[in-house]
Design a protein around this ligand. Structure first.
Ligand code: NCD
Ligand code: ZN
Length: 348
């Protein structure tokens, strides 16, 4: 018999971009309406590297919440060649830094300040390992001679495996995995290695980027891969308890910066995030495992309690709006905008 209603612990989003200013004001309420907490990416310009910057960014996010919302932003520090390990330690002790983000320099949007070489972060990683502060990794090599579709798989051999060997106790999240190789790596790397999976990588393969013409709103990094990889991601996501958990990587860009000759990378899913995931789990007859993926596996890895309250999803048609309006002068185009989904979040 088909399930018609599903109540789960309130989910968390373990990888989210909310930007700043008018964009932040538009996107934060979307996430707060669904999720209890979110790991906030630090790739602002300039990046969030200090405890003071993270604290004031956190305050700007809280200020953008609709009245009565208890949404909790979990802040991250942006790892650079010059990161002071003491700053990470201070931020962790003060309860401000929930994790540290590693962008290889040049890998993606606003990553110019990222690490030029993993060896530059040795002292910071040693401190993080000691105090239990997780490292979140954008797992793509930036070597221009490596094909864009191979950059994640090559990163495993060149960076992840040596990193794990050098820091056996470090908690590492392989962010937004997109390949069968990354899934297999995480499955065999032990309990201190986890991965987030986006809704869009569960729903599209690389054909979607070129369907009938070039589709800038399907372009993100890591780029969507072949169908065999999407199927491996779906299997991992829907597998139940374990080290795969929800991270939307919802990455809003003003419409005109996507629809241009050199469009930004990023897919925007925040408006219907949990409904997109529900669709995927339903299609794979795995709704019983949605709660593990969305609400339990992440807190367990981070050493946090699951949210105390719950959400209810109902099987009733959900129209995805085309755009989210913002006061930036440009709207943001929603992933699957104009389409229908099978599940709706019940609002209290
Ligand atoms: C992200 C962004 O726009 O900040 N873009 C993306 O394609 N995912 C950066 C990132 O997470 O790589
Ligand atoms: Zn991201």
């Amino acid at each position: 018999m088909k399930m018609h209603e599903l109540t789960i612990r309130r989910p968390d989003d373990w990888h989210l971009h909310v930007r700043d200013g008018a964009m932040l004001k538009a996107v934060v309420p979307c996430t707060a309406a669904q999720f209890g907490r979110a790991i906030i990416m630090p790739n602002l310009l300039p990046p969030v590297t200090t405890v003071a910057q993270a604290n004031s960014y956190r305050k700007r996010i809280i200020d953008a919440l609709p009245r009565g919302h208890r949404f909790q932003p979990l802040m991250t520090a942006y790892l650079t060649d010059g990161t002071d390990p003491q700053e990470l330690q201070r931020g962790h002790a003060a309860g401000v830094f929930a994790a540290v983000k590693l962008y290889p320099a040049g890998a993606t949007t606003n990553s110019a300040s990222g690490l030029s070489d993993i060896t530059k972060a040795r002292a910071a990683l040693e401190v993080m390992q000691k105090i239990g502060l997780p490292l979140l990794v954008h797992g793509e090599v930036t070597d221009p001679s490596v094909d864009i579709f191979d950059r994640e798989a090559v990163f495993i051999d060149r960076v992840m495996i040596p990193l794990r060997r050098n820091f056996p106790e470090l908690k590492i999240v392989f962010e937004h995995v997109t390949t069968r190789q990354a899934v297999e790596y995480v499955q065999t790397a032990g309990r201190r290695t986890a991965a987030t999976i986006t809704a869009h990588h569960l729903m599209i393969n690389r054909n979607a980027i070129f369907q009938g013409g070039i589709r800038p709103h399907m372009y993100c990094l890591p780029i969507a891969k072949r169908e065999e990889h999407r199927l491996a991601l779906r299997k991992a996501a829907t597998s139940g308890p374990g080290n795969f958990f929800l991270g939307t990587d919802s990455a809003p860009h003003p419409q005109n910066t996507k629809e241009t000759a050199c469009g930004c990378a990023g897919v925007f899913t925040a408006v219907t995030a949990i409904e997109l995931y529900a669709q995927v789990f339903d299609e794979d007859n795995a709704l019983a495992n949605l709660e593990s993926f969305a609400s339990l596996n992440g807190p367990a890895f981070y050493g946090l309690k699951p949210n105390a309250d719950s959400i209810t999803l109902v099987r009733s048609p959900r129209h995805v709006p085309e755009y989210l309006a913002t006061d930036t002068g440009q709207p943001v185009v929603n992933f699957k905008g104009g389409e229908m989904l099978d599940w709706s979040l019940k609002t209290a």
